[in-house]
Ligand binder design. Structure first.
Ligand code: SF4
Length: 453
């Protein structure tokens, strides 16, 4: 317990899921346009240590069941703090908020989603001030280099929206700093275990050219984190011998994945969505999903609410992608990784991407190789896979060269999802991969007198 906070606060509450029916209210999330969280390192005289401010209505003044804008500004000061530390201090907002019983914090940066449970509200958690007290307490205890800290919550819709462009510009400045360095130039990568409370087998491997799945931690942030808190959840790892430069397989990465996933994941290919892909927790900004009918990849980001070109929405595919598993053809990615020359390089990179929401394609245009934007379909060009095939042929997309004959409609099925039942027992095939040229699905005719299932 933390003095003055009416609910339990501790590690045991991490990983608590709050479903819609259990929710009192939520801040951010897919229904809310403006939401963000940011940490700024400030000069000491501009931080009033221990102060929590709320600009706009507090929880107790907001109707239950609603979704509301939220901006979280954490300002810190201390002689050893550097601007480089901002990103990793910021990522701990996710971790510490999830220590609060009855509170669930998802995602990061401009995409946060905070839910308060009915139980938490009934227990007296009716003010953001309590969350402020928790953040003050945990940050200052866990990271003693923070000597002074103040927290401001913005809930007034106009105050959240008008600060958003500045906040986005700060994220972009951080990301830009991290561009340019290559994976070959460094001996050390970084690992992050922050999301293991939700996905126990998951470890993010952060390299100069493979930004963390959540889009919140660059290689430089990893380096700063390991320096600031060597025993913390972000750690340095020797990349070791390169076993496969195309797929991006390294001795040190495999060893770390094995150790940190308790043996569940022992091989990782950093630049491929097949074979031994990087695991995905649940915080990914987007998903690269394989479309077997055209042998290419679609990409969808969290903010795209409509069904994608394969008929599935982000939320449906997120269920197949998340959980710290290695799922062939469903790959959690950050938007920054899409700008990298290593982005699914082993699978063809952008020569293999066939569909992207127009919002993301517009945003990525300045970073893409020439001609890519013109030959990549969006929701404005096609509505389904048949249209997509025609579009790709008309634009002479490089993926067409892979169609030695008409695409076969080969389906990708991960064995993990196959419901195998034998003699009343459920059979789970671990790490099995089944490739078949043809899959025939037959409806089982009911036996005489038996109803249809
Ligand atoms: S997505 Fe990866 S890098 Fe980001 S917090 Fe989770 S484990 Fe860490």
């Amino acid at each position: 317990m933390i003095e003055g906070v009416p609910v339990d606060v501790g590690l045991a509450n991490e990983g608590e899921r709050i479903r819609k029916e259990e929710m009192h209210l939520e801040f951010g999330g897919p229904k809310v346009e403006s939401k963000w969280e940011i940490v700024r390192v400030m000069p000491p005289d501009s931080v009033e240590d221990g102060v929590v401010r709320i600009v706009g209505p507090d929880i107790r003044e907001l109707a239950g069941g609603g979704s509301y804008p939220l901006g979280i500004l954490v300002e810190v000061a201390g002689p050893q703090l550097e601007e480089d530390f901002e990103g990793i201090i910021e990522r701990r907002i996710h971790e510490y908020s999830n220590y609060v019983e009855g509170l669930m914090h998802l995602n990061q940066r401009y995409d946060i989603w905070v839910r308060l449970s009915k139980r938490g509200f009934k227990a007296g958690f009716d003010s953001l001030e309590y969350l402020g007290l928790v953040l003050l307490h945990l940050f200052k205890n866990e990271l003693p280099i923070i000597e002074a800290m103040q927290v401001t919550f913005y809930t007034e819709p106009s105050a959240v929206a008008e600060r958003l462009p500045d906040v986005l510009a700060r994220y972009e400045a951080r990301d830009a700093r991290a561009r340019g360095l290559t994976d070959e130039e460094v001996d050390t990568f970084y690992g992050c275990a922050l999301c293991q409370s939700f996905a126990p087998r998951h470890i993010c491997i952060i390299t100069p050219e493979r930004y963390a799945n959540c889009g919140a931690i660059s290689w430089f942030d990893g380096r700063a984190a390991a320096r600031m808190d060597p025993k913390g959840p972000i750690f340095a790892l020797e990349k070791g011998e390169c076993l496969d430069p195309v797929n991006g397989e390294f001795v040190g990465v495999n060893a770390t994945a094995k150790e940190r996933s308790m043996g569940e994941v022992d091989r990782v290919r950093l630049y491929s969505a097949f074979g031994y892909p990087h695991t995905s927790c649940g915080c990914f900004e987007g998903i690269a999903f394989y479309i077997p009918e055209v042998e290419g990849f679609g990409i969808v980001h969290r903010g795209f609410r409509d069904p994608t070109v394969n008929g599935l929405a982000f939320s449906t595919m997120a269920d197949s992608t998340a959980g710290g598993r290695q799922v062939d053809g469903f790959h959690g990615v950050s938007l920054e990784y899409l700008k990298s020359r290593k982005f699914l390089a082993a699978d063809g990179g952008w020569d293999r991407v066939v569909w992207v929401p127009s919002e993301i394609l517009d945003r990525l245009k300045p970073f893409l190789p020439e001609g890519v934007a013109e030959r990549t379909a969006t929701e404005r060009d096609v509505t389904g896979v048949d249209d997509l095939r025609e579009f790709l042929r008309a634009r002479d997309h490089p993926v067409v060269a892979r169609w030695t004959e008409e695409p076969s409609g080969r389906a990708l099925v991960t064995a993990e999802n196959l419901p195998l039942e034998v003699g009343g027992y459920r059979v789970i095939l671990k790490n099995a991969r089944i490739y078949a040229d043809r899959v025939i699905v037959l409806r089982e005719e009911p036996a005489h007198g038996e109803g249809r299932r």
